[in-house]
Structure formats: structure tokens, C-alpha cells
Design a protein around this ligand. Structure first.
Ligand SMILES: Cc1cc2nc3c(=O)[nH]c(=O)nc-3n(C[C@H](O)[C@H](O)[C@H](O)COP(=O)(O)OP(=O)(O)OC[C@H]3O[C@@H](n4cnc5c(N)ncnc54)[C@H](O)[C@@H]3O)c2cc1C
Length: 409
């Protein structure tokens, strides 16, 4: 029987310390500047590529850590450095996961290297699922993909929104409707190769937080892509659609995981880990401040009102990390998520980050409210965790439906 331990092994500690060093020395010093500029921090991504942090190899190594803790540990450290810059570094991973989850070996080998580029010429990728009228309600997606059999091409039309790296990506992964009558079961994912005519960036959003990460609309106007760009291939799609039609005819309402949902499901604990990183960063600033700031002739941490807040902050952060680690361990060990433990970890960690960063501002008083101190930025950044990859309400809905046995549509 395997020995139970909560300790990271030597290799994990080494990776963690290396990432922490990069976050402390490269990411954090650049955080305020790129937040103000609201631009993709290309030099930092390039630096990450040079040392091997921005590459598929690195994420694959972390992903295949048999304990499941490789990815959450990496996310926590990078996002501890700065959420906006870290998202610019890991955002490509969402598109890569889309290809890994649904693509053939050939597609994985062809497209993932083009998503990252190399250290001398870094590239980014975008995963485009959300639309103006289809956010939480993925099934109401309107972007259409129509097959032109004569040319063996797919033709995409529609507007995607909120795409991280949308429009600046070398490779876009686009989820589109191939059979409108099947709802979310009639969706498929496509690769839009670099410089494909018809794909353009719509508006770039000016955001509340994670401002170093580029978020934009992606407009698709008669975008023609080769048949080989359908992830998983036509045969597999036809089989899947045939099964879905059979089930629809038989009135079956069982859970069906479509391509986009599978991608989101796999990435939820990782988002929880990002939130833990931001929360921990704010907590550390608040703890240091509370120990050194004096009022009424003593450090403010001598007041129970302040000390207890810090105790609660640290307790919530550790609890969030444990939920994230449990879900990540379950995922790698092939355990069934019978209580939606992945969604649970994302829900708790993201709400914790929002709360803890707000408490950090309070502990820093007036200073906390200014851009002279990082907790103001961390609080703005933390708000994203309860929104993207499924809002907190949607996580609760998924958990509740899993517990009750109701179908998740
Ligand atoms: C910075 C940023 C980056 C993003 N990156 C990407 C990306 O790379 N790719 C991508 O495809 N998408 C991305 N998204 C989109 C993100 O996943 C969506 O914003 C999110 O899923 C919510 O959708 P929505 O914004 O349309 O909100 P809505 O779905 O309109 O929700 C509005 C409110 O209603 C609540 N609500 C909705 N339905 C229910 C319900 N059934 N029960 C209870 N409450 C409900 C929600 O919880 C929320 O509070 C990003 C978003 C942001 C802000």
C-alpha cells in the first residue's frame, strides 16, 4: 500500500523553488508596469520561453506528475508573481488543452508547437468558445461551421468574445455549431491556422484586472479551413453526431460532455490554483504590513481584530489549496468526480481569493487602496477567478446537480 504523505517530493520542491524564483525575480517586478500598460508582456513571455517555462514540454512534464500536483503547484507560484502576466504565460495552455483533449496525434504534433513558437519568436494561442449571447449558456452558441464537401473545407461564421489572446494568437481553437438541433452536443472544435483570411480581432476589452492579459472579440467571416482542421477528424464527429441523434430520438437526457465542456472540466482545479497564488500573495503583503505598521504605539497585528483576520485568511488559503490538490490528485488517478470536486475547488479558491485580497486592502488601510502597494491590483485581479472558466454560480449549479443526480446540460 502506498505511503500517505502531504509532503512534496524533492523533484517537486525543486520545480516549485525554480518557479518561485522566476515569479519573484522576473514576473513580480514587471507587474505594475504591464498592468498600467494593459498590453501583452511579450518580453516576459520571451524570458519564460528562454528558461523553459513557456513551452508544451514544461506543461506536459507538470501534467504527467503522477501525484497530480505539478500543474497546481506551477500555477500557484506563477500567479503568486502576478495574475495578469502569469495568464499571458499560461493562456496558450487553454487552447493547447483543447487540442490535447480532442485532437488526433497528428493534430497535436502539428499545431501545439505553432501555438508556442520558440524562444526567439514566441507565439500565443487562443481558445474561443464564449459568445456575446452564449457565456454560461454554452448551448446557445451561434457560430456555425459548415462542411464544403467538394473542397474538403469547413467554413466558419460568427463572433466570439472574451477570448484570451483573441486576434493576437498564432493559432485559434474555435468551438462552433455543426448541428444546431443537437444543442451543445452538436458542437465541434476547429483549428484556425495562422494568417487565415476572414479571422479578425474585434474590440479589445479594457478590464478591471488581469490587465496584462489580452482579451478580445474574434470575428469569423467566411473563414475557410482545411477538413484536417476539425479536431478529432470527420469520422469521429459523424459517429458522435449519429449517437447524439439516436439519443435525442429516444428522448435520452443523460449527461453528454461536448468538446468545450471537456476542456473546461479539465482546467478547473488549475484555475483554483491560480486563485490560491493571488490570495497567498496578498496575504503575505498584509502579514508583513501588519507586523511593521504601528498605531497606538504597537504593531497593528497586536490587535485581535487584525490578527484574527490574518488567521482566517491563512486558514481559507490552506483549505483552498487542499481542495485544489485533492481534485488534481483525483483527476490524475482517474477517480470519479462524484461530488464535482473539481468545480468545488475552483468555487472555494476563487471566492477565497476575492475575499482575502479585499481583507488585505483593509489591513493596509489607505495604503492598501493605492497603486503604491500591490494588494489593490491583486484585488482587481482576483475578481476574474469567480467569472471565467464558469462563474461561481455555475460551479454551484454543477456541484448541486452532481450531488442530486440531475443532468448537467
Ligand atoms: C478576462 C476574461 C477572459 C476570458 N477568457 C476566455 C477564453 O479564453 N475563452 C472563452 O471561451 N471564454 C473566455 N472568457 C469568458 C468567460 O468564460 C465567461 O465570461 C463566463 O463563462 C461567463 O459568461 P458571461 O460573461 O456571458 O456571463 P453570463 O453567463 O451572462 O452570466 C451573468 C451572471 O448571471 C449568472 N448566471 C447565468 N446563468 C445562471 C444560472 N443558470 N444560475 C445562476 N446564475 C446564473 C452568472 O453566474 C453571472 O453572475 C473570459 C472572460 C473574461 C472576463
Amino acid at each position: 500500500m502506498a505511503e500517505f504523505t502531504m509532503e512534496l517530493n524533492d523533484e517537486q520542491k525543486e520545480v516549485r523553488d525554480w518557479l518561485h524564483g522566476f515569479a519573484a525575480d522576473v514576473i513580480r517586478p514587471a507587474a505594475a508596469e504591464w498592468d498600467e500598460r494593459e498590453e501583452t508582456p511579450w518580453p516576459v513571455i520571451q524570458e519564460a520561453a528562454k528558461v523553459g517555462i513557456y513551452s508544451l514540454d514544461f506543461y506536459a512534464q507538470q501534467y504527467f506528475d503522477p501525484t497530480g500536483l505539478g500543474i497546481p503547484m506551477a500555477m500557484e507560484e506563477l500567479f503568486w508573481g502576478d495574475a495578469g502576466i502569469a495568464l499571458s504565460i499560461v493562456g496558450t495552455g487553454l487552447a493547447a488543452v483543447g487540442v490535447l483533449a480532442n485532437g488526433t496525434e497528428e493534430q497535436i504534433g502539428t499545431w501545439i508547437p505553432q501555438m508556442y513558437g520558440d524562444a526567439n519568436d514566441v507565439k500565443v494561442a487562443a481558445f474561443c468558445s464564449s459568445e456575446p449571447d452564449a457565456g454560461s449558456d454554452v448551448a446557445s452558441m451561434r457560430t456555425r461551421a459548415v462542411y464544403d464537401e467538394a473542397k474538403d473545407e469547413w467554413v466558419l461564421n460568427g463572433t466570439k468574445t472574451w477570448a484570451t489572446n483573441g486576434g493576437i494568437a498564432n493559432v485559434h481553437v474555435v468551438v462552433a455549431v455543426v448541428d444546431a438541433e443537437l444543442g451543445s452536443k452538436g458542437h465541434a472544435s476547429f483549428i484556425v491556422p495562422p494568417n487565415t483570411p476572414g479571422l479578425s480581432q474585434g474590440q479589445k476589452f479594457k478590464k478591471h484586472g488581469i490587465r496584462a492579459s489580452h482579451t478580445a472579440e474574434v470575428v469569423l467571416e467566411n473563414v475557410r479551413i482545411p477538413g484536417s482542421c476539425l479536431l478529432g477528424g470527420k469520422e469521429k464527429l459523424d459517429e458522435r453526431l449519429a449517437r447524439a441523434r439516436e439519443r435525442a430520438k429516444a428522448g435520452g437526457g443523460e449527461r453528454v460532455k461536448n468538446a468545450a465542456m471537456a476542456t473546461f472540466e479539465a482546467s478547473r482545479p488549475a484555475v483554483g490554483a491560480m486563485a490560491v497564488g493571488t490570495a497567498r500573495a496578498a496575504y503575505e503583503v498584509a502579514l508583513d504590513y501588519a507586523k511593521t505598521r504601528e498605531q497606538f504605539g504597537r504593531p497593528i497585528i497586536d490587535n485581535q481584530g487584525v490578527a484574527f483576520q490574518l488567521a482566517d485568511m491563512r486558514t481559507s488559503i490552506d483549505a483552498a489549496r487542499l481542495l485544489v490538490w485533492r481534485a488534481s490528485w483525483m483527476a490524475i488517478s482517474g477517480k470519479q468526480f462524484t461530488a464535482a470536486e473539481g468545480s468545488m475547488s475552483k468555487l472555494f479558491a476563487s471566492e477565497t481569493a476575492k475575499k482575502v485580497t479585499g481583507q488585505a486592502i483593509q489591513i493596509l488601510g489607505g495604503n492598501g487602496y493605492t497603486r503604491e502597494y500591490p494588494v489593490e491590483r491583486m484585488h482587481r485581479d482576483a475578481a476574474i477567478y469567480t467569472i471565467f472558466e464558469g462563474t461561481s454560480e455555475i460551479q454551484r449549479l454543477v456541484i448541486a446537480r452532481t450531488l442530486s443526480g440531475m443532468p448537467i446540460r
